[in-house]
Write a protein that binds this ligand. Sequence first.
Ligand SMILES: Nc1nc2c(ncn2[C@@H]2O[C@H](COP(=O)(O)OP(=O)(O)OP(=O)(O)O)[C@@H](O)[C@H]2O)c(=O)[nH]1
Ligand SMILES: [Mg+2]
Length: 431
Amino acid sequence: MSKYKDTIYALSTPTGRSAIAVIRISGDQSLKTLKKISSIKAIIPNKTKLTLLKFEKHIIDQVLVVFFKKPHSFTGEEMVEINCHGSTAIITKISQILEFLGIRLAEPGEFSRRSLMNDKLDLLQTEGLADLINSETEKQRSMAISGLSGKLSKFVNEINMKLRLMLANTEALIDFSDEDLPKNILIKILEQNKNIIKIIKKEISSSEISKPIREGFLVSLIGKPNTGKSSFINYISKKEVSIVTNIPGTTTDTVTSTIDISGYKFTFIDTAGLRKHKNKIEEIGIKKTKDIILRSNLNLVFLEKNEMSKYVEIKDKFFIRSKLDKKRVINIEKNILNISSVTGEGVKLLLKKIKRKLIKKQKNEPILSRERHLNIMKMVLFELKSIKTKDSLDIIAFKVREALRISLEINQKFDIEDVLDIIFKDFCIGK
Ligand SMILES: Nc1nc2c(ncn2[C@@H]2O[C@H](COP(=O)(O)OP(=O)(O)OP(=O)(O)O)[C@@H](O)[C@H]2O)c(=O)[nH]1
Ligand SMILES: [Mg+2]
């Protein structure tokens, strides 16, 4: 039984002119509404049907409709999908008619929220779905699909099962007096604990590296004025994102550009560089550069001459010398990569080196893809690690119960409205 009473609708395709647009309706009034605005009397579920949409004797559009009978729909409710022509006028008209008939515009992520509440998806799959919709690169897509396909739910369920078993074993021993306590069973419980700690630790460490996959790696461009930073960002972005002139100090603010390197997201940041400032604008720009250096996964230091010693304090860096097209490099300098943002020479190799430096080799796809999952698992780990051999059985049982309570939160859908609000904030209207 759906806990939602009102019927909702939303445009599920992007706004703007397109060949086709899809409007979805979900709730008990879906089919009745479709019948009111078309000549459809009966419809076979899951089969497309061509019909004319009409309202007050006016034809609105010729459309394809599909009806999904509850609970066999995405939301678990009765659903109708209208595939209309993608003009703003048609979409506006259909929306007005639906509102007139008492159908409400859905909030962002409301379809998925209903799906979650009606047990069509679990919380982890819902997050996977949001990540999938928002994925920009191949890696983000494959990580999201593993959440959606239930890999993460499986991992969490296994942990919970192990914790329940450990708790049951501990509680069974509580009634024994100290003398009668079978020693080997207590050892077994502590071994179980060790084993769960090992599994969680392994997953946390392989998943920690997934953060930049989701959010992208930050690569800053720094160095003296006129060394070719902005020309480089423009070259790799294949468009003019940053102004280039031969006047030193052209770039005063930060300019970012996101590019996809072999399925991974990289955000390059062009900066004002590091130099002595002449005015307030430059001073702010240089301060911003310093903050960015600290946040970056890698800094590309563009060189003028041989001022490498000025950058010793910067940890993760590559030295770059641009304008290779202007002067042939005779003596290949160690640790300096030569590139040209005019001919593109050396750029491919540089991007390859950046990728090799930042992307750690992974045997398995990370499972705990979100900060929320990682934090919960870290808290579970903290509880389990606090269990000591000298602890009484009551204390052990208390700590395991606490670990289980925390672990269950990862896939719990009730009483955590605030978590749900954060998750659904990432969704677009119509999903
Ligand atoms: N021939 C050649 N000229 C380049 C290359 N890269 C940059 N330039 C020129 O060098 C000058 C400075 O380039 P920018 O890319 O603006 O340098 P920048 O480091 O961003 O300079 P600021 O913003 O002032 O810090 C411009 O005249 C560019 O056309 C290159 O690879 N080859
Ligand atoms: Mg510049």
